[in-house]
Design a protein around this ligand. Structure first.
Ligand code: SAM
Length: 279
C-alpha cells in the first residue's frame, strides 16, 4: 500500500541510537508489532534530517499543496504564521509570496533547525522567525493574541488527538478577519490506509500511522487520528472560525498510474483543505 512516508529513504543523516527511541504503545491500542511506536515529538525528531528527501515527490503533498496554495488569501504586507511548520515547506514559500513577516512554529526543535538552515541558504532569514511551540494546547503558540493576518497549518492536525483545543489556539493568534488555511491527511484516506495496514499486520496494527523505516533499519510508527470533518467544523465554529472554502482532492487514475501504491485508493480523497475566517 502507499504510505505517506515510504518515499525512497534518501540520505543517511540518521544518527539515532537505540537508546533515543521511545517505544510507545498506549494501552495496547495499537497492537504489538515489532516496531517502535513514537509520539509525534519523538517521531519527527527521528525524521528531521531525512524528512525533505522522504517527502520529495510524495503524491499526497502534490495534491495537498496545489489546493493549499489556491486557498491562501493575498499575502502582500501581511503577518503570516506557519503552525506545525516542520522543515519550513510553507513558511519559506509564504515569505517568497510577499508576506511582510513570517513566523514558523513547530513542536520539534530538530525540524526547526532544518528549516532555519534552509532559510539561511535561501537568504530569507531576515523575513522568517522560527520558534518552538505547541499548537495543540491553550497558550502553546509563542505568539500574542490577534497578531497574525494569515495562518497556515499543513498536515499537522491529524497528529493532534483533539482538533478543538488546537483550532482554539490557532484562532487566538489570528486577527479579527484573519484567515487560517488548514490542510491535512483526509480522514477517508487515513481510514483506507488503516484498513490496509490492519490486513497486512494480521489485525495487529490498528491505528493509521505515519510509517517509516529509520536509516538504522527500525520500523517506526507515529499514530495519527482521522478527525471527522464534522468534528473539525464543530471545533472551528466553537473557536469563532467560519468555513469559507473547502477542497478534498481525490487520488485519480493518472496519479495511480504514476504511484503504484495508490492503485487501491483511486477515488479516495487524500487531502482535506479548509480556509477558515475569524469573525
Ligand atoms: C507531517 S509534518 C508537516 C510539516 C509541514 N507543515 C509540511 O507540511 O511540510 C507535521 C509537523 O507537525 C509538527 N507537530 C506535531 N504536533 C504538533 C503540535 N502539537 N504543535 C506544533 N507542531 C506539531 C511535527 O513536529 C511536524 O513537523
Amino acid at each position: 500500500m502507499w504510505r505517506p512516508s515510504d518515499q525512497p529513504p534518501g540520505g543517511s543523516g540518521d544518527s539515532r541510537t537505540e537508546k533515543q527511541v521511545t517505544r510507545r504503545d498506549p494501552g495496547g491500542l495499537y497492537g504489538a508489532l515489532d516496531a517502535h511506536y513514537l509520539s509525534p515529538a519523538d517521531g519527527f525528531r527521528e525524521l528531521a534530517d531525512t524528512y525533505d528527501q522522504r517527502m520529495a515527490g510524495n503524491p499526497l503533498f502534490l495534491l495537498e499543496s496545489t489546493q493549499t496554495l489556491a486557498a491562501l488569501p493575498s499575502l502582500g504586507g501581511r503577518v503570516v504564521a506557519d503552525l506545525g511548520c516542520g522543515t519550513g515547506r510553507y513558511a519559506l514559500q509564504l515569505a517568497r509570496m510577499g508576506a511582510e513577516r513570517v513566523f514558523g512554529v513547530d513542536l520539534v526543535p530538530e525540524m526547526l533547525e532544518v528549516a532555519r538552515r534552509k532559510a539561511r541558504r535561501a537568504e530569507l532569514s531576515d523575513l522568517v522567525e522560527w520558534h518552538e511551540g505547541d499548537a495543540s494546547v491553550s497558550g502553546g503558540l509563542p505568539l500574542p493574541d490577534a497578531s497574525v493576518d494569515v495562518a497556515v497549518c499543513a498536515l499537522t492536525l491529524s497528529f493532534v488527538p483533539e482538533p478543538a483545543p488546537a483550532l482554539a489556539e490557532m484562532a487566538r493568534v489570528l486577527k479579527p478577519g484573519g484567515s487560517l488555511v488548514v490542510s491535512d491527511y483526509h480522514p477517508h484516506g487515513l481510514c483506507a490506509a488503516r484498513g490496509e495496514g490492519f490486513e497486512e499486520s494480521g489485525g495487529r496494527d490498528k491505528a493509521p500511522y505515519l510509517r517509516f523505516t529509520s536509516a538504522a533499519g527500525d520500523e517506526c510508527r507515529v499514530a495519527q487520528t482521522p478527525h471527522l470533518v464534522a468534528d473539525i467544523f464543530a471545533a472551528a465554529r466553537a473557536a469563532g472560525l467560519t468555513l469559507d472554502h473547502v477542497a478534498e482532492p481525490l487520488a485519480d487514475r493518472r496519479l495511480a498510474n504514476t504511484y503504484a501504491g495508490l492503485r487501491g485508493l483511486v477515488g479516495v480523497p487524500l487531502a482535506l483543505v479548509l480556509r477558515l475566517v475569524k469573525g
